[in-house]
Design a binder for this molecule. Structure first.
Ligand code: ADE
Length: 288
C-alpha cells in the first residue's frame, strides 16, 4: 500500500486528501505515470473509485499515450470535495424511492475547483445518456480537454445534469454498478484517436466503424492451422485481387451482420455492383 496525492485536488489548496492506491509492487506507479504532464489532450475524471482506473489505464496503448505526453489523465476523488463531517457524497431521494443519490455539492465543487470557468465538455456517464459510438468518440477526441463524471448509487441529483454537465453518455442499454467502467471505455475509444497515439499506423482510420463498415476476415501466419487454410488469394501476391477480395468480404460481413450500416456507407459504383452480387448470393439457399 502506498499513498499518492493529486496536488490539484482539495479545498482550494487548503486540504489535499490522500489518494490511496492499494496494489501489488508490480502495479505501483510513479508520479509521472499517474499525473503525466499536459500535452495533446487532458481528461479529468471525477469518481468515488479512482483506484478502479489504475490497472486499465496503465497498460498497453493508454500507457504509451501518457508516457509520450499525448494524453494526460487526472483522477479526482469526489469525496475530497464533500466538506461535511462525514464526507457524505450521497443521500436519500426527496419524495422517497429506493437507493441513494449522489449529492450535488461535492460534484459542483470538484468541477469548479479543477476545471474552473474554462468551457470544456463535462460528460456525465449514466445509462440515461446518448449511446456512445465512434462518431462521438471522434468528436470528443478533437477537444483539448474533457471532464468525465462517474455517476454511482441510484443516480445523481438532477441539478448536476441540468446545470453542470454539457452531455450525458451511456455505453449501452444495460445498467452497470457505476460510471467508472463506462468512463474507461470512453477514454480508451477517444485516446486511440488522438494523433500519434497509435504510432505510425493508420489503424484508427481503417477500423470497423471508422469507415461505417465492418472489417472482413483477416488472417496471420501460419498459412495452415489445424488443417484450416488461409484463403489462397491473400497469399497470391496480387495486390489488386487482394484489395478486391477484402472489399467484397467487408461488404459481405456488413450485409450479414449490420445491414443498416450499408445505407449510410460511402459506396463506389464497384461496391454497388458487389452488393448486388452478394445480395443475390445471400438470398440463394446453401447448396448442400
Ligand atoms: N452507469 C451505469 N450504467 C451505465 C451505462 N450503461 N453507461 C454509462 N454509465 C453507466
Amino acid at each position: 500500500m502506498r499513498t499518492e496525492y493529486c496536488d490539484t485536488c482539495g479545498n482550494g489548496g487548503q486540504r489535499s486528501t490522500p489518494f490511496e492506491i492499494s496494489a501489488g509492487e508490480e502495479h505501483q506507479l510513479n508520479d509521472s505515470q499517474l499525473y503525466a504532464r499536459i500535452n495533446e489532450m487532458r481528461i479529468d475524471v471525477f469518481t468515488l473509485f479512482p483506484t478502479m482506473f489504475l490497472g486499465p489505464l496503465q497498460e498497453s496503448i493508454l500507457k504509451r499515450a501518457q508516457e509520450r505526453g499525448a494524453l494526460t489523465l487526472l483522477l479526482h476523488q469526489i469525496r475530497d470535495y464533500a466538506f461535511d463531517r462525514h464526507q457524505m457524497t450521497d443521500d436519500v431521494p426527496y419524495g422517497g424511492g429506493h437507493g441513494m443519490l449522489m449529492k450535488p455539492e461535492p460534484i459542483f465543487r470538484a468541477i469548479r475547483t479543477i476545471v474552473g470557468p474554462e468551457q470544456i465538455p463535462i460528460v456525465l456517464l449514466s445509462p440515461q445518456g446518448r449511446t456512445f459510438n465512434q462518431e462521438i468518440a471522434q468528436e470528443l477526441a478533437s477537444e483539448p480537454r474533457l471532464a468525465l463524471i462517474c455517476g454511482h448509487y441510484e443516480g445523481v441529483d438532477e441539478r448536476v445534469r441540468r446545470h453542470l454537465v454539457t452531455q450525458e453518455l451511456s455505453i449501452g442499454d444495460y445498467v452497470l454498478t457505476g460510471g467508472e467502467l463506462a468512463a474507461m471505455v470512453v477514454i480508451d475509444a477517444i485516446a486511440r484517436l488522438i494523433p500519434g497515439v497509435l504510432g505510425a499506423s493508420d489503424g484508427a482510420q481503417a477500423d470497423s466503424h471508422a469507415l461505417g463498415m465492418l472489417e472482413g476476415p483477416q488472417y496471420t501466419r501460419p498459412a495452415t492451422y489445424a488443417g484450416w487454410d488461409v484463403p489462397g488469394v491473400l497469399r497470391s501476391g496480387n495486390h489488386a485481387a487482394v484489395a478486391r477480395w477484402q472489399r467484397r468480404m467487408a461488404l459481405r460481413r456488413t450485409l450479414e451482420r449490420r445491414p443498416e450500416l450499408i445505407e449510410d456507407a460511402d459506396l463506389s459504383p464497384e461496391d454497388l455492383a458487389l452488393i448486388a452480387e452478394l445480395e443475390q448470393e445471400l438470398s440463394e439457399p446453401d447448396e448442400a
